[in-house]
Ligand binder design. Structure first.
Ligand SMILES: [Ca+2]
Length: 242
């Protein structure tokens, strides 16, 4: 029986002052492994040594895990109104989520980091979704044309992004258009996390928009290439608002 610490970020040599890093502490017993607790570590800059950044462990355990956290990554409750359409981009679906559907173009890929990250990061995600839907994504230029909605109906479109591949801001920058109108220009998942006070890696970001289905009951969401690499999307939810 050993204790293992999985450091999510792997960038200890370049900590960012004021950023948050998360560490999972796992209990490994034979082939069984469970999450014991999740700790948050803050970074502080040493004022006395030019060019050097001191790592100061300033914060504490933010989530007491134990038996309860053995279920970390399971579906999290979110009351979805009737008529909600949830799509597991890049994945096979499950629960309320359809398998990846209604898309044109792109390719499926999945989290190969070995970490579960902190997908439903509270600073970034207003409406949590299950870990399984975070863990895979569709990338490259892709368009979703979601049918079967209420013609002229109002919906909240929730787009879920988590960067499993690149470690830094600026490495994946793309645009998103809804019903032909650009709603995210030069969107950078890691930059969005950093702007919310996170350190960037393996933290989820949700972006929500009020949209209206067209006369045929369709909403289109298109992901276009921007200045760096290719678009990526982990999950899409359309929830009726009226
Ligand atoms: Ca997915």
């Amino acid at each position: 029986m050993i204790f293992g610490a999985e450091e999510h970020i792997g960038r200890w040599s370049r900590p960012e002052p004021g950023a948050e890093h998360y560490v999972d502490w796992r209990l490994v017993d034979g082939i069984d492994e469970r999450l014991l607790m999740k700790s948050r570590i803050g970074m502080a800059r040493s004022a006395g040594r030019a060019g050097r950044v001191a790592v100061a462990v300033v914060a504490s355990i933010v989530t007491a895990v134990g038996a309860g956290l053995a279920t970390a990554g399971a579906a999290q409750a979110d009351d979805l109104p009737a008529g909600t359409v949830s799509i597991d981009a890049g994945g096979t679906g499950g629960g309320a989520f359809l398998p990846d559907s209604f898309f044109t173009g792109g390719a499926a890929s999945a989290n190969a980091s070995g970490s579960t990250g902190n997908a439903n990061w509270p600073r970034g995600v207003a409406h949590p979704i299950p870990q399984a839907q975070w863990n895979d994504y569709r990338f490259l230029e892709t368009g979703y044309s979601v049918p079967g909605l209420q013609p002229g109906g109002s919906y909240q479109l929730r787009l879920y992004f988590l960067e499993w591949f690149w470690p830094k801001a600026g490495q994946r920058v793309f645009d998103v258009a809804v019903n032909g109108e650009v709603v995210l220009k030069n969107f950078d998942i890691i930059k969005a996390v950093v702007d919310n006070g996170g350190d960037g890696c393996f933290l989820g970001i949700e972006r929500a928009f009020d949209v209206v289905a067209d006369a045929t009951g369709t909403v289109t969401v298109d992901f276009h290439r921007g200045p760096a690499d290719q678009p990526a999307i982990n999950a899409i939810v359309l929830a009726p608002t009226a």
